[in-house]
Design a protein around this ligand. Structure first.
Ligand SMILES: Nc1ncnc2c1ncn2[C@@H]1O[C@H](COP(=O)(O)OP(=O)(O)O)[C@@H](O)[C@H]1O
Ligand SMILES: [Mg+2]
Length: 450
């Protein structure tokens, strides 16, 4: 018995037939047969085929190892070998990842249909009675190999496609994370700065505010005193008379009151701004806390005040909302991004000045901010503008990081992707509805409790 393993023939250098496999991987045949004469016959038969590489294995024991090593495109296998069951060997090939799809042509002296049926049932692809005709065997080897190579190529293409999709997803995720990081970084430094400024201004403003009450009291005392003097001395001397006229005493007394009142108003406003700054930049981001959404929106509007002044009307329609569990500074960032976009859209629209945009409540640049409780555990914030609107074909790209329609330097394309990420962190939802030329509405839904 010939037990030489891996006895291979180098193809002779006769001109080969043009085959479809000559472009890709060559046809590789592995014969598993205990009879050396069979090896010689097949080897001889394939010797003139330039495109076919041939390997031989004489024992069933080592067939699997060898198949894994030589990676045949077709296996020719004997059904009956001493001490080995050909059917069992086929099953073995079929359970191994490396060989499970390799076509197997069973060789047998047995022409019984029952045996053939059994062979097909365990997984052979073809069944030939020994010794087959040369032309037929070659045709079958080529046919099975080619089919196998085609399947392999197809699977490989699918795998590549899958990997590309996976990579694309990872890339998207990375960009989102990067965007998130940039924004978080910006947010936290902005937050720190705002908190710092608020803290620094808070002290002097507080003593101005405290002193103001004394000033008001002292001024009123002094005025009473002057009044009393005027009562006692209705005819003052020349010197005092000139002084009164120079300082325009009547006007001074009236104006002083107004100045004091407006100073008080100014200081109160600064205190309000400081509160808003602190509110906006809450640094307690590590844990969720109960927060009033309306306060957040109002603080954000206050900070955006410089942009809102230019003829933009803010129409608040606040409903009854309970405090909700959230990261307030992050939600403020969401309101900030959406309101900033709304203002941009209104400014862009103002050049068009389309009369049909006018809503019944008025016309022109409007931002409606509507809040309402949705159900037991959900609230909704709607921010609608009467700006340019969004063309339908870009609606699904809005939340993609770096997608922007704004000129360089104005848009980063990060605002909405950040909003989406933040809302996702809150297990809420963010939707957009838009009519080009009419306006855009962003709808945020948030849980009250988590
Ligand atoms: N309210 C809106 N009206 C019209 N277009 C909007 C509105 N909000 C967002 N968009 C569109 O979505 C794009 C992405 O917005 P965003 O992610 O905030 O990035 P950026 O504002 O930096 O462009 C904007 O460039 C704009 O085209
Ligand atoms: Mg934006």
């Amino acid at each position: 018995m010939n037990s030489a393993l891996g006895m291979s023939t180098s193809p002779p250098s006769t001109p080969s037939q043009a085959t479809s496999s000559s472009k890709g991987r060559p046809i590789t045949v592995l014969l598993v047969d205990d009879q050396a004469t069979m090896n010689e016959a097949i080897q001889c038969l394939l010797a003139t085929e330039n495109d076919i590489t041939y390997h031989y294995c004489s024992t069933a024991d080592q067939a699997l190892t060898m198949a894994i090593e030589v990676a045949p495109t077709v296996i020719l296998q004997d059904l009956i070998m001493p001490g080995a069951d050909g059917m069992a060997l086929v099953k073995q090939f079929r359970t191994q990842a490396a060989t499970q799809d390799v076509p197997i042509i069973m060789f047998s002296t047995n022409d019984d249909p029952q045996t053939k049926a059994e062979a097909f049932a365990v997984g052979v692809n073809d069944y030939l009675v020994k010794l087959p005709d040369r032309i037929e065997l070659l045709a079958r080897i080529r046919y099975h190999s080619q089919a196998y190579l085609n399947r392999q190529a197809h699977t490989a293409a699918l795998v590549v496609q899958e990997q590309a999709q996976e990579l694309e997803q990872i890339l998207q995720e990375l960009r989102r994370t990067q965007a998130q990081l940039i924004q978080t970084e910006k947010l936290s430094s902005l937050g720190q700065m705002l908190a710092g400024i608020a803290h620094e201004i808070n002290n002097p403003v507080n003593f101005i505010f405290g002193n103001l009450t004394y000033i008001e009291n002292y001024v009123s005392d002094l005025m009473r005193l002057v009044h009393a003097y005027q009562g006692c001395y209705p005819e003052p001397g020349d010197e005092i008379q000139t002084l009164l006229e120079d300082m325009d005493y009547e006007f001074l007394t009236q104006d002083l009151e107004k100045i004091l009142a407006s100073t008080r108003l100014g200081v109160e406003r600064i205190i309000q701004i400081i509160l808003s700054l602190r509110n906006f930049s809450r640094q307690d981001q590590a844990e969720m806390r109960l927060s009033n959404l309306h306060e957040g929106i109002d603080s954000t509007l206050l900070i955006l005040g410089h942009r809102i002044k230019q003829g933009i009307e803010i129409i608040k329609q606040y409903g009854e909302l309970p405090p909700i569990e959230c990261y307030p500074a992050q939600l403020n960032q969401v309101f900030m991004n959406i309101l900033n976009n709304a203002i941009d859209a209104l400014e862009e629209n103002s050049t068009l000045a389309n009369p049909q945009d006018s809503a019944p409540t008025g016309c022109g640049k409007q931002i409606f901010i509507q809040t309402q409780r949705q159900d037991e555990n959900r609230v909704e914030v709607r921010i609608r503008d009467t700006g340019v609107g969004i063309p339908a074909d870009i609606l699904d790209q809005l939340f993609t990081p770096f997608f922007t329609t704004k000129p360089v330097g104005k848009g980063t394309g990060l605002g909405l992707s950040i909003c989406q990420q933040i809302i996702k962190n809150h297990q809420g939802s963010l939707q957009v509805v838009s009519q080009p030329g009419q306006g855009t509405e962003f709808i945020i839904q948030l849980l009250i409790e988590h």
